[in-house]
Design a protein around this ligand. Structure first.
Ligand code: PLP
Length: 423
């Protein structure tokens, strides 16, 4: 599945020992494997090759320019959700016709910038947004292509915070309202509605929720056809789950086998927007044990990474496999139950609770697996902690792809008014 492998009791990323990287670059440290990243993209491309879809990597999962450039060079498009992400897409050299833009709250400035960049289309999330895009397009005297994001009201069987396709979620437009929009589309003469978009959630491990959503959408597309309304694109979003713990997510091949017959029936050009599937297992977070602390109830292993580096456990109670980098067959057999926690002043700042791990001591290094997606991209400076370095391993070579922040970065944009400086 990925290029992080244990060889002779040491964890390797491609051909490089992770422990050597930790010692060379310091910790906390994000380590990415180039071949895992590209391998996952190519797995999806191969599985869907009979439809030749546009695979728009969802850059919110990990938006480092090197990651984007690696994927764009292999033919990926990008799924963006903000002006900042459009800027990154541009920096990475992604052609406009390979960019799709979702988000429930696009501002006028963001819409104008994306129109100027000639993106493929906006995934429109409300009637009000559609009217606004029409108004801005009129002002710019251009015709803008859009897809309607449908909220198909299906249960994706994932964490409620990453469920996006139920009618209680803020995303997309219900079928009835979408139908009204299509009937009234002629009133909006500066937008061309040429596609349907769905994205039902994230870390989805089964095909059934996709099948349920796609079936509903295809029936809708057929209803529109009967009314003489013809579309060009069907964007089925992202959401494919990966292994963090004992999940058994579908492979790209199995997923494709299940959805391809339906997608072919649609006779539309297919777009996918995977994020986590491509980058999730292509990265790890390496951290060092600072202290061991025993309380009457627990044993805490305090490490130098924290929830500001990887917020998923705090945010969703998410599980990440943790591998000590010093493991020998001897240590593996002497396990104990511990909590692994960071230094931040929140009880939610943990990476593992009541986890059985080999006995650890100060100075040991740990790899927190599955930290490629929604890790650095959700990182913050909380507790005035500098964001960690990111490195990319390509076989025997390692490249710094983001420098470790320094203290000056923390206050770079802050201004103390003159009256406080005594001036
Ligand atoms: N597309 C849209 C519209 C999203 O909101 C997201 C994630 O939130 C994705 C794609 C990517 O999801 P994932 O990383 O689960 O593939």
């Amino acid at each position: 599945m990925h290029e992080f492998k244990s060889k002779r009791n040491s964890l390797y990323c491609e051909n490089i020992k992770v422990l050597d990287l930790a010692k060379r670059f310091g910790t906390p440290l994000y380590v990415y494997s180039y071949h895992t990243l590209i391998g996952h993209f190519l797995k999806l491309k191969t599985a869907f090759h009979s439809l030749n879809p546009l695979i728009c990597y969802s850059l919110k999962a990990n938006s480092n320019l090197a990651i984007l450039k690696a994927l764009v060079d292999k033919g990926a498009g990008l799924d963006i959700v903000s002006g900042g992400e459009l800027f990154r897409a541009t920096q990475a050299g992604c052609p406009g016709e390979r960019i799709v833009y979702a988000s429930v709250g696009k501002t006028d400035r963001e819409i104008e910038e994306a129109i100027h960049r000639k993106i493929l289309f906006f995934n429109v999330e409300s009637a009000a947004e559609l009217e606004n895009i029409n108004r801005i397009s009129k002002k710019l005297n251009t015709s803008t292509q859009v897809a309607i994001r449908i909220n198909p009201d299906v249960e994706p069987k994932t964490h409620k915070y990453i469920t996006t396709g139920k009618l209680t979620n803020k995303f997309g437009i219900d079928f009835k309202s979408a139908y009204q929009i299509f009937l009234l589309r002629r009133a909006l003469s500066y937008v061309r509605i040429s596609g349907i978009h769905i994205h039902i959630g994230s870390q989805i491990t089964e095909a059934e929720p996709y099948l349920a959503a796609i079936k509903k959408v295809i029936e809708f597309v057929e209803t529109l056809r009967k009314k003489g309304i013809f579309l060009e694109y069907l964007n089925i979003g992202g959401g494919l789950g990966i292994v963090y713990d004992r999940e058994t997510p579908q492979t790209a091949e199995n997923f494709a086998k299940k959805v391809l017959p339906l997608l072919k029936r649609s006779k539309l050009k297919i777009i996918l927007e995977p994020g986590r599937f491509i980058v999730g297992n292509a990265g790890i977070l390496v951290t060092r044990v600072l202290y061991i602390k025993n309380t009457p109830k627990k044993k805490f292993v305090i490490v130098d990474a924290a929830m500001n580096d990887l917020i998923r456990p705090a945010l969703y109670g998410a599980y990440h496999t943790i591998i000590p980098l010093h493991c020998t067959p001897y240590t593996v057999h002497r396990t104990e139950k511990i909590d692994i926690v960071g230094p931040i002043c929140e009880s939610g700042d943990f990476f593992a609770k009541d986890r059985n791990l080999p006995k650890l001591k100060e100075g040991d290094f740990l790899a927190i697996m599955g930290a490629g997606a929604y890790a650095f991209s959700m990182a913050s400076n909380y507790n005035s902690r500098c964001r960690a370095e990111e490195v990319l391993v390509v076989k025997d070579e390692v490249f710094i792809i983001r420098k470790r922040e320094v203290r000056e970065d923390l206050v770079r944009n802050e201004i103390v008014p003159a009256f406080l400086s005594g001036l």
